[in-house]
Design a protein around this ligand. Structure first.
Ligand code: NDP
Ligand code: A1CAB
Length: 275
């Protein structure tokens, strides 16, 4: 705690850690680390304290966020083990189970979270699961931290790999769809900027309608299909391209990759823990 504010330490402030640092800075004291510390100059200008020293940053943090690559999680946990004792560690790494992290830092309380790059505009969707040793104050702090990133939801850890493939990876799929729609419009001669605005606002509107109406997407899609009208011809083309199969396969492939990654890290970590 520095002054009245809680200190949040972010270890591995790259794409997602940097976005989290920016989102939390107005509300907390934030310390961010990475090895190439000069790359954090932009964050420093926004009020984040930057450092190369993970252990010192972990010592100063009331809560520690880990946003290094999955393959780096275990070695960073070992490095900060003493400084993180008794504290909450929130890992945003894909595919690393809480139980594996707990083996390395048994004296810390572990939260496994997944969010997405929409944190940059405070519209992230954060899924999280945690060990059962967090007290009410820590749980409340957790909710405050996640709500500064966008929407949040606690889930069963069994769902985390698929949710990583859905919500963590999801912006990449949505951008693929939006990009493809823009290309379609360009083929028809629409100006580039107008095509982008039309695709992006349509995506926002459709998402809001889906969430607010509570209706199934199939029902909402049907409402757009005027008999003998325009949209059904577009949908006919998409169905011929097996677009739904393509997306189903994408989610399955990414989920499988998360499970493989998890196994790879576990095997490597178990070797290191036994040493
Ligand atoms: N990108 C995304 O959309 C999402 C990513 N994630 C998860 O977040 C994590 C990070 O992903 P992402 O931000 O994309 O990757 P990045 O490579 O952008 O970020 C990782 C950061 O960790 C730093 N780092 C590496 N080793 C250390 C170390 N020993 N000590 C301190 N910092 C270190 C790296 O900087 P340097 O080399 O300078 O040390 C780098 O900036 C992953 O585990 C990923 O699964 C979760 C949700 C979404
Ligand atoms: O692709 C990845 O592994 C990370 C996790 C979710 C989004 N990016």
């Amino acid at each position: 705690m520095s002054g009245n504010k809680t200190t949040v330490t972010i270890i591995g402030a790259g794409i997602i850690g940097g976005a989290i640092a920016e989102a939390l800075t107005p509300h907390f004291n934030v310390i961010a680390t990475r090895r190439k510390v000069h790359k954090l100059n932009g964050l420093e200008e926004k009020g984040v304290k930057v450092s190369q020293d993970n252990r010192d940053a972990a010592r100063k943090g009331d809560v520690i966020i880990l946003s290094v690559k999955p393959s780096q999680v275990i070695s960073v946990l070992k490095e900060i083990k003493e400084e993180a004792k008794g504290k909450v560690i929130i890992s945003f790494a894909a595919a690393i189970p809480t139980e594996l992290m707990k083996k390395v830092v048994s004296g810390s309380k572990i939260v496994r979270a997944m969010t997405n790059t929409a944190v940059k505009v405070r519209k992230g969707y954060t899924l999280y699961t945690h060990s059962d040793d967090l007290n009410d104050e820590e749980l409340s702090l957790l909710c405050t931290i996640f709500s500064k990133l966008g929407e949040k939801q606690r889930v069963d850890e069994a769902h985390m790999d698929v949710l990583t493939a859905m919500s963590g990876s999801g912006p990449a799929y949505i951008f693929t769809v939006v990009e493809a729609m823009i290309y379609g419009a360009l083929r028809e001669g629409l100006p580039r900027a107008l095509a982008l605005q039309a695709a992006a606002h349509t995506a926002i509107g459709a998402s809001c309608l889906l969430l607010e109406s509570g209706k199934h997407p199939a029902e909402l899609r049907d409402m757009v299909l005027t008999p003998g009208g325009v949209t059904i011809d577009g949908i006919y083309e998409l169905e011929e391209s097996r677009i739904r199969t393509a997306f189903m396969k994408a989610i399955s492939a990414a989920s499988s990759r998360a499970r493989v990654l998890s196994e790879e890290v576990r095997r490597k970590a178990e070797g290191e823990i036994e040493e």
